[in-house]
Each structure stands twice: as C-alpha cells, then as structure tokens.
Design a protein around this ligand. Structure first.
Ligand code: B1M
Length: 232
C-alpha cells in the first residue's frame, strides 16, 4: 500500500536540485500540473533563473514526452496533460521572463498557422519577446491568412512571427507571405518564422527574413533586424 502511494508522498522540496529536475521530467511526463508548478517554484526559490528552470526542467521534460509521442508510447490525451502541466510551470515563469522596465522597442504580431494547434513554443517566444521589451499581439493557434492580415491592419507591427510544428502545416507560411507580396505589404515589416520542423533553408524558401531556432534566437534576431531597419 505504502508503495502504491509512493509518488504522492514525495516531498519535492526535500530533493536535491538534480533529483528534483528529474522528478519534474517524470511529473511532466505524467501530466501532473500541480507538481510541476511546485517544482518550478522550488527551483526559483533556490535561486535558479527563470531561463534555467525553463530550459533544464520544462523544455527538456517536454523533449522526452515528444520522443515517446513519436514512438507511439504516449498518445494525444496524455500529451495534452503534459502540455497542460508545462503551461502551469510557464505561468509561474511568465512574469519573470516578461519583466522589463523598458519602453516597447517594437511591436510583434505572432500566431500559429492554420491547421496547427501547437502553442507552447509560440507562447514562449511571445513571453521572451515581451521580456525583451517588445509589445506582442498573440493571435493564438490555427490562424488563416485573414487573421494575420486583420491583425497587421489593426496593429501595424514591426514584426510578423509565424509558428508551425507540423510538416503538413509549415507550407502555410508561404501562403501567408505570398498573400503579403500580392498585396504589396511584404516589405512593411520583418517576417520571422519558427517551429521544430523548420530550418534556415525553409525560412529562405518561403520568403521570410529569418528562421529562428528558439525563443532566444527569435529575440536576438528581432533586435538585430529592427536595429538594421531603423539605421537604414
Ligand atoms: Co504534437 N506533434 N501533434 N501535439 N507535439 C509534435 C510536433 C511531433 C514532432 C511529435 C512527434 O511525432 N515526435 C509531431 C509532428 C511530426 C511532424 O509533423 N513532423 C506531432 C504530431 C504528429 C501531432 C498530431 C498530428 C498527433 C495526432 O493527432 N495524431 C497532432 C496535430 C494537431 C494539430 O496541430 N492539428 C498533435 C497534437 C499535439 C497536442 C495537442 C497533443 C500537443 C500540443 C499542445 C499545445 O501546444 N497546446 C502536442 C505536443 C505537446 C507535441 C510535442 C510533444 C511538444 C511540442 C512542444 O510544445 N515543445 C511535439 C514533439 C516535439 O516537438 N518534440 C509534437 C516544446 C516547445 C518549447 O518547443 O514548440 O519546438 P517548440 O518551440 C520552440 C522552437 O521550435 C521555437 O521556439 C520555441 C521555444 O524555444 N519556435 C519559434 C516555435 N515557434 C516559433 C515561432 C517563432 C520563432 C521561434 O516565430 C518567430
């Protein structure tokens, strides 16, 4: 009996950092949101930076989930629970990642493209951009070209960001960019694309200004390209 309840009995705060991080990977895998939230807070209280907690505990845990999802060991309902647990941890990190005293240095509209409902990575990019002093308009998931056009019209961003996690949805980025070209709007802003199946070559092929491997690269690229534009 005691063994069956063993998982419930783990005192996360009593674990050393490395074991706690491993336990958080397990909890993320099992979709245990409360435990992931608690672990995130404990690591922060121990002086870990938000970025270190994010990379080593949450993103790494999700990477492991991804492998077993790919291999048919985990299925959609389970991965949804993992995603929910990850979001719980991200909510705690959000104010820390988005902490900035600076004036907005630019505006970004970002969304996941049509047919695609993955939003964890895109939300992370949005948070990190906010943290770097950008104003971010987050359009959410499954956005047809019309949503991007409407948001561009309304918000007049400096940057348009698009996310896709599926090989079947990433070509839609070209649909959006081609529409912008047709409407003579393509050069009004910087277009950045990202998502696990993309690469630099793909970014160039669809006509984006840059492909961003991760959220940190998205921030650096945005800063560099905005500075170049303003200098020009
Ligand atoms: Co999905 N899924 N999924 N999934 N899912 C993947 C992407 C997959 C690689 C899993 C696998 O097989 N190993 C696979 C895609 C295969 C392929 O196309 N090559 C896959 C599949 C097949 C599917 C379904 C088709 C499964 C099915 O139904 N049979 C289905 C599709 C649904 C749809 O979209 N229409 C599906 C569904 C789901 C869930 C709903 C269960 C859930 C999503 C929940 C959610 O997002 N709210 C889910 C999840 C969680 C995943 C994995 C496990 C994790 C994705 C994630 O959140 N990673 C994923 C496996 C994997 O990627 N390892 C998988 C963590 C996140 C921090 O990383 O999103 O890569 P990432 O974001 C990074 C960078 O990519 C980059 O920065 C981020 C932060 O550093 N980035 C950008 C991302 N967007 C950017 C935008 C930018 C810049 C950078 O703009 C400027």
């Amino acid at each position: 009996m005691a063994d069956e309840n063993y998982e419930d009995d783990i005192d996360l705060s009593a674990l050393p950092d490395d074991e706690l991080v491993e336990q958080m990977h397990d909890d993320l895998y099992d979709g245990l949101r409360e435990e992931v939230v608690e672990g995130t807070q404990i690591l922060l209280d121990r002086g870990w930076t938000a970025t270190k907690v994010l990379d080593e505990a949450l993103v790494e845990g999700m990477r492991i989930v991804g492998i077993d999802f790919r291999d048919g060991i985990l299925f959609v309902p389970e991965v949804l629970m993992s995603a929910n647990a990850m979001k719980g941890g991200m909510e705690i990190l959000r104010p820390l990642l988005a902490e900035t005293g600076a004036q907005p240095i630019g505006k970004m509209v970002i969304g996941t493209v049509k047919g695609d409902i993955h939003d964890i990575g895109k939300n992370l990019v949005a948070m990190m951009m906010e943290g770097a002093g950008f104003e971010v308009i987050n359009l959410g998931i499954d956005n047809p070209v019309e949503n991007f056009l409407e948001a561009i019209e309304e918000h007049k961003p400096d940057i348009l960001g698009m996310s896709a996690l599926l090989t079947t949805t990433m070509p839609y980025m070209k649909v959006v960019i081609d529409t912008l070209v047709e409407k003579g709007m393509r050069d009004d802003f910087i277009v950045l694309v990202g998502g696990a199946p993309l690469n630099e070559e793909f970014g160039k092929a669809v006509g984006a200004d840059a492909y961003c491997r991760d959220a940190a690269v998205a921030v650096e690229t945005a800063q560099t390209l905005i500075a170049e534009r303003r200098a020009a």
